[in-house]
Design a binder for this molecule. Structure first.
Ligand SMILES: [Ca+2]
Length: 215
């Protein structure tokens, strides 16, 4: 009887152990799976930029070409002031510097273009044949003395030459007259050998404001 009871107890313990082991192991299917990575949040859509309005090109032209022009000196009848604005890059205006003959003379030469209308100008080009001193560009609505405003000054940097093209942007300014003038900067040595202010073409880029309303 005791042996029979012992067998039952042994069997019971064996079953209990198996049940416990089964509970601890679990099946493969029940194994915890590595959680799927959370999908990256969808990128927040950037607000669509409002397209910039396409800038209408300014009706910029050479407002100096063919316009009345005067200069304080013309080297010869072949190098007259009008040659600086005739639209021909092979003809030129040349002013002779008196300083070559007399060093006490100044180096100043000037040339004024009457644009015959008020234009907003924003850049210029000068096709130099030669210049050995500094130069300025001034503007005026009336052309009267003391009405000039300097919009560019080479300030000691001069083309020297020969045959250099200077292009400069300036703050847009409304003007009718454009004055080119030369001077010897205090840091510049007196020139020699090339006493001319010689320009193939002075090009002034600008536009008529009244035309902006029609384009
Ligand atoms: Ca010319």
């Amino acid at each position: 009887m005791k042996r029979a009871m012992g067998k039952y107890i042994l069997a019971f313990v064996l079953v209990l152990v198996l049940v416990v082991l089964a509970g601890c192991g679990g099946s493969k299917d029940e194994e915890k799976k590595t959680p799927e990575p959370t999908a990256a949040p969808t990128d927040t859509l950037e607000p669509t930029d409002t397209p910039e309005p396409t800038a209408t090109p300014l009706p910029v032209v050479n407002v100096a070409e063919g316009k009345p022009v005067t200069a304080d000196h013309e080297e010869t009848s072949d190098f007259t002031a009008d040659k600086a604005v005739d639209g021909d890059e092979t003809t030129r205006w040349s002013g002779f510097s008196l300083a070559l003959e007399n060093p006490t003379e100044n180096y100043d030469r000037w040339l004024i273009v009457d644009l015959e209308n008020e234009y907003v100008i924003n850049s210029f080009e000068i096709w130099f044949e030669f210049l050995a001193v500094s130069y300025k560009i001034e503007v005026s609505l009336t052309g009267e003395e003391n009405s000039w405003t300097t919009v560019f000054d080479s300030d000691g940097i001069n083309p020297v030459g020969p045959n250099q093209v200077f292009e400069e942007d300036i703050e847009p300014v409304k003007t009718r007259y454009v004055k080119f003038s030369t001077y010897r900067h205090e840091d510049q040595a007196p020139h020699s050998g090339y006493p001319f202010c010689s320009i193939y073409e002075l090009i002034v880029w600008g536009y008529d404001e009244s035309e902006l309303n029609t384009i």
